[in-house]
Write a new protein. Structure first.
Length: 260
């Protein structure tokens, strides 16, 4: 599943290739029963206005394509992404829709590719899309998060026995962290994924806070970012273990990550 750093890089690329283009059409193909497409009627109504793209940006695991009067909010599910060249698409049967853009005499098609089809599209006015984004927690890649705000989560009695793995992967708390980067963040912090939030020492909370921002921001600018435990079997002399948590696989090294 693409996570915050991967979506940030994808959105940055989309912003570059679509600069100054007008949206002139959209086409649904290979309709999938899983893929949610809300607001396509709005897109139909506005397409005749040749909506000019203002910017493409990300928040957490979502991309926003912002136009004059409306925005397209993209959730990628497990396997979603975009292509701008159909010759590079592995299997056209996994393309669910494409958008057509024009700048002067140039036309460009942007294909949404999703083999599993669990992604989702929402089209609405800019204010409504912004409201949906505000429901997400802050994005450490693009937004400032203070330690004082972060530490308050640990002081909340309701979260006392919450496992740190569940807290970090809840997009309403912090957006953009999934299986891959939560494993790397917790490993760098030497923190066991099943630690209870109210038992984690203050010094470890600070280290965790620093690693969230440092690792996500570094990964958002480096496709070759080093991976230590995610989908690994060994780290040095130690076995990398896997535990199942809410249907998700969590990678960690029990000898190096302390459980509080």
């Amino acid at each position: 599943m693409p996570e915050g750093p991967e979506i940030f890089m994808l959105s940055h690329w989309l912003n570059e290739i679509l600069e100054s283009y007008d949206l002139i059409g959209h086409t649904r193909v290979n309709k999938n029963r899983h893929l949610s497409f809300k607001g396509h009627n709005i897109l139909d109504d506005l397409i005749s206005d040749e909506q000019k793209i203002i910017s493409v940006y990300s928040k957490g695991k979502k991309t926003v394509m912002q136009f004059n009067k409306m925005s397209i909010l993209v959730s990628y599910g497990l396997t979603g992404t975009f292509y701008d060249d159909d010759e590079n698409i592995p299997n056209m049967k996994n393309v669910h829709f494409y958008l057509t853009f024009r700048k002067g005499d140039n036309e460009k098609k942007l294909y949404y590719y999703d083999p599993r089809g669990f992604g989702g599209i929402v089209v609405d006015d800019n204010d409504e899309i912004e409201r949906l984004l505000e429901e997400l927690g802050p994005d450490p890649i693009t937004e400032h998060i203070s330690y004082s705000d972060f530490s308050q989560y640990f002081e909340d009695d309701r979260r006392g026995k919450t496992k740190i793995i569940n807290f970090l992967m809840n997009q309403n708390n912090i957006s953009g962290i999934g299986n891959k980067w939560v494993a790397e963040i917790l490993f760098a912090t030497k923190l066991h994924p099943l630690s209870h939030m109210n038992k984690i020492p203050h010094s470890i909370r600070i280290k965790l806070f620093e690693n969230i921002t440092k690792i996500l921001r570094k990964a958002s600018g480096d496709r070759e970012h080093e991976i230590h435990v995610y989908k690994k079997s060994r780290y040095g002399d130690y076995d990398v273990k896997i535990l199942e948590n809410g249907g998700r696989s969590v990678y960690y090294v029990s000898e190096l990550q302390i459980r509080y």
